[in-house]
Design a protein around this ligand. Sequence first.
Ligand code: PLP
Length: 368
Amino acid sequence: MDEKILVTRSTLPPFEEYCEEIREIWESRWLTNSGVKHQALEQALCGYLGVSNLALCVNGHLALECILETMELKGEVITTPFTFVSTTNAIVRRGLTPVFCDIRPDDFTMDPDLIEPLITENTCAIVPVHVYGSLCNDEAIEKIAQKYRLKVIYDAAHAFGVTKNGKSAATLGDASMFSFHATKVFNTVEGGGAVFRDPALYEALNRRKNFGINGEALVSFGGNAKMNEFAAAMGLCNLRHIDASIASRKEAAMRYRERLSGVPGVQLAAVQPGVESNYAYFPAVFDPEVFGCTRDDVLAALAEHNIAARKYFYPLTSTVAAFGGAHPETETPVAARISRSVLCLPLYEGLGADNADRICDIILALKK
Ligand SMILES: *Cc1c(COP(=O)(O)O)cnc(C)c1O
């Protein structure tokens, strides 16, 4: 049996580097509550992402909930059903109503042309997702947001380090959420970040993530969503190697693209002009009519070789009754089609072009 290949593998720094990084934590016995590692990582991430503020959180999901809470949003939120369930969960758990907008067939991000008809007097914000490391059409979304005075909050969990014409994705919209989960391009084991255009909201979120406490004073409503020092230390180590890590992902992703682009019945995410991706995921969409077998057939064939691809994202979050009633898939036909036919191929630091080749051999042998 071949060595098992999972869809992702967590990036780790050299063991000794992490040990050295946590020595100070042992010496100071300061384990959490905005210690030196937390402060150093916030500063380092602001530098890397080209932003003036970034509030570290215990995970990306709670960073998004804290953002929605800090911005004091109420009513309806226009969002995408083609996402990890966290996005919709955060909206619903904050007492907001998700209104689902369809996606673009080429890059799978929210289709700005379909937003306006969904706006009502109760709409307060748009929550698009930069899926797979591709960016949303931020200019079109911004125009609509300005016209109707809506806030734009990006789920940027997949967009760490992505730039468009040299500009960081973290600078788009009124706020962005990043996930530093173990499976993401940059990880702090578990972790997340909230970035705001208005720096006053950074301070407000810092209170929200710490029980509403500011120094000794109890100033607002809040929970506990702080990042601890050990997680921040992991982030400081991983950030030193991030460029090499993304370059390694790119090598495998490029090989996939070389081998699979132009194959009838296989659609890859469109290459976006001016966008430098982070190669977070490698989605491939299989059209059974043309390719000759379904996404599930491809998944099964890879599994026979001990290779785990993943149906990501499936199902659409809009079809889940828990989110205020199940919507029929037909409301968002493009998202429905992509969700039924997309497969994310294994992609991680160190996968290598050889393994990408081997995976492509298996896929291409299935073509009828
Ligand atoms: C990972 C992810 C999240 C949640 O982030 P966590 O850090 O795991 O809480 C939210 N949205 C998307 C699109 C994600 O991929």
